[in-house]
Design a protein around this ligand. Structure first.
Ligand SMILES: C[S@@+](CC[C@H](N)C(=O)[O-])C[C@H]1O[C@@H](n2cnc3c(N)ncnc32)[C@H](O)[C@@H]1O
Length: 268
């Protein structure tokens, strides 16, 4: 076993990272092995980075079997199902902070778009459970990717019980950016996370995606609750990523999230 295989094994046996994408562990691990003094330090640095990009968003350990049982019990009753979805979304910081704006987030941003046949949620977290608030039809297909196998499996089970056409899969979108054609790609609070792993990850992902519309958003406060200057910083970062691209952009500032709807003019 070489050093990198050893690092990947050491990370994946820890309970916190047993379900995480091995591709992402390998990618981060290779960089850390090159930058650190020895395997032990590299394992620690890899776990720290995985915490930053994924682990830190879990507000508590999620009991997916129980969450699914609650959702199943609520299925068939629209109000009860929405309440159960909200309760589960509250367990992941990113969907949690969207709850106060959920009623208007998708309906406002997507109001003027033509009917969408497919939506790809890139690094979905638990956002698939926001399906009842998304203005799509029964024909719209949802595809969700994230780095946690247990989480994407759970979101997939929710989609099945909610009668949504679609699928979820484990995918490190840095190593393997999705390229299949879709009408809309959701990149919700993702780009700053990818940038923490590799500076070139965001332009590579944007180059690879084959979507007519992109919905790109940013947090307006850090996980610790500090917000000073974040909107201006992310706005400047968005402008830098947008530079040179044939995009028409609309900006939607919400209380807990800054969103940009992008029409990729070169797309059909
Ligand atoms: C800030 S959260 C956003 C989650 C979701 N998009 C939302 O807005 O509710 C970042 C998400 O990116 C996922 N993630 C981090 N690195 C990733 C990667 N390389 N490939 C795919 N997903 C990744 C994390 O697991 C986490 O669910």
């Amino acid at each position: 076993m070489n050093e990198l295989d050893g690092l990947v094994t050491a990370v994946l046996i820890s309970p916190k990272y047993q379900h995480i994408s091995p591709d992402l562990v390998r990618r981060i691990g290779a960089r850390e092995l090159a930058a650190r003094r020895g395997l032990k330090e590299a394992v620690k640095a890899t776990k720290n980075k995985l915490h930053q990009v994924g682990g830190a968003y879990f507000e508590a350990k999620i009991d997916y079997a129980r969450a699914l049982a609650d959702l199943r019990a609520a299925a068939g009753n629209e109000a009860a199902l929405r309440a159960a979805c909200r309760a589960v979304m509250g367990l992941h910081a990113s969907t949690h902070e969207r709850l106060p704006i959920l009623e208007m987030f998708y309906t406002t941003i997507l109001a003027d778009l033509p009917p969408l046949r497919s939506v790809m949620d890139v690094a979905c977290g638990l956002n698939g459970l926001a399906w009842p608030w998304m203005p799509f039809t029964a024909d719209t297909r949802y595809i969700g990717y994230d780095i946690y196998a247990d989480m994407v499996c759970f979101v997939g089970e929710f989609l099945a019980l909610a009668g949504v056409q679609g699928e979820t899969a484990v995918r490190d979108v840095i190593s393997d950016p999705p390229t299949q054609p879709v009408d809309l790609a959701l990149l919700l609070k993702l780009l700053p996370v990818l940038e923490q792993v590799e500076k070139t990850a965001v332009p590579h992902l944007l180059d690879a995606l084959n979507a007519r519309y992109l919905l790109i958003s940013f947090p307006v406060a850090s996980l610790g609750g500090r917000s000073k200057g974040m909107v201006a910083t992310y706005e400047a970062q968005f402008d830098a990523w947008a530079a040179g691209r044939d995009w028409t952009v609309r900006r939607f500032p919400f209380a807990t999230e800054l969103a940009f709807l992008v029409r990729q003019n070169a797309a059909p």
